[in-house]
Design a protein around this ligand. Structure first.
Ligand SMILES: O=C(O)CCC(=O)C(=O)O
Length: 302
């Protein structure tokens, strides 16, 4: 069987410290992306809402128009900055997320843009599951007060490596997305995310390792750096987990970067040792990856 990951690749997650100044955030992101590339990373990831503070009241203020694609520089400075960064770094860039304004639908989304090493847009993912929670005395957050959800699973084929899947933060709590993507051939699941001090302590590592263990693939969760003076305190601890659910690299809480070499043989070795891939009982329960799953691969319906 052909390997899901055709050749080893270095993945870097940039745990970016961002503030209120969008231009400064974009410039800082560029510095860190080029640094990751100079350390050999060929897939580079930024965090959720990497160019703005994270919070319901900030989405409309920082939102950019992404459609029609490509947008103009006035409509989306972040689109053009990310495209240029990918090209300069000669790396695949999974550009965290930015708030997107869709003027036709009169709504906002939390949207990832992923670029090729030549700066072409390969895919965009609108966060499918909005972060609406209430934990009394701890945290109350209602993304749906400002945002609409996306409606598809997003995969991208990097020809020299293989397929990855991209989803955003709260999406990680819905294992179906991960399982469908893995069964459709993804070697890596990437989640730009911004858990907080309550749910980060409880579930961040657990979610990363569970998605890796369930699917025997690599997983990367990329957080912003923690800023205790911000309204929302991100958990940090960006991490890369291997197909056996072992943490390969984990950040602390600051403006940091983690990286790791991913290898196809590791996926095969883990799947050979614990062969759940061939032991599933689709005569007992359905295969969620089959049937009517709204999926896009490199921007095209699949
Ligand atoms: O799932 C969580 O606990 C946090 C999710 C989150 O912060 C987000 O979706 O932005």
């Amino acid at each position: 069987m052909a390997s899901l990951l055709k050749q080893p690749v270095k993945l870097a997650l940039i745990q970016l410290a961002s503030g209120a100044d969008k231009a400064a955030n974009l410039s800082h992101a560029r510095t860190r992306v080029l640094e990751a590339a100079s350390r050999g990373a060929r897939i580079i990831v930024l965090p959720e809402c990497f160019n703005s503070p994270y919070g319901v009241k900030y989405f409309s203020k920082y939102a950019e128009q992404l459609l029609p694609s490509p947008p103009s520089k006035e409509q989306s400075p972040s689109f053009h900055a990310l495209s240029a960064m990918a090209k300069e770094a000669k790396a695949y860039l999974v550009g965290g997320s930015i708030p997107e304004l869709d003027p036709d639908a009169k709504t906002l989304y939390n949207t990832n843009l992923t670029f090729s090493p030549t700066g072409e847009l390969l895919a965009s993912h609108r966060k499918v599951h909005l972060f609406d929670i209430d934990i009394p005395g701890k945290i109350s957050f209602h993304e749906s007060d400002a945002l609409s959800p996306g409606n598809k699973l997003t995969m991208v084929d990097f020809p020299e490596y293989g397929k990855i899947a991209i989803a955003i933060c709260y999406d990680v709590r819905f294992p179906e997305l991960a399982t469908i993507a893995a069964r459709r051939g993804a070697f890596l699941l990437l989640y730009p995310g911004a858990f907080n001090l309550t749910t980060g302590a409880l579930h961040w590592e657990l979610q990363a390792r569970a998605r890796a263990m369930d699917n025997q693939v690599y997983v990367g969760l990329c957080s912003p750096a923690r800023d205790m003076s911000a309204d929302y305190n991100a958990w940090g601890h960006s991490m890369i987990v291997d197909p056996n659910a072992e943490i390969l690299s984990e950040a602390g809480t600051g403006d940091e970067m983690v990286d790791a070499e991913l290898k196809g043989e590791r996926i095969e070795e883990v799947r050979k040792g614990i062969p759940i891939y061939t032991q599933r009982r689709f005569d007992v329960y359905p295969d969620v990856s089959k049937g009517d799953v709204k999926t896009e691969e490199n921007g095209q319906p699949k």
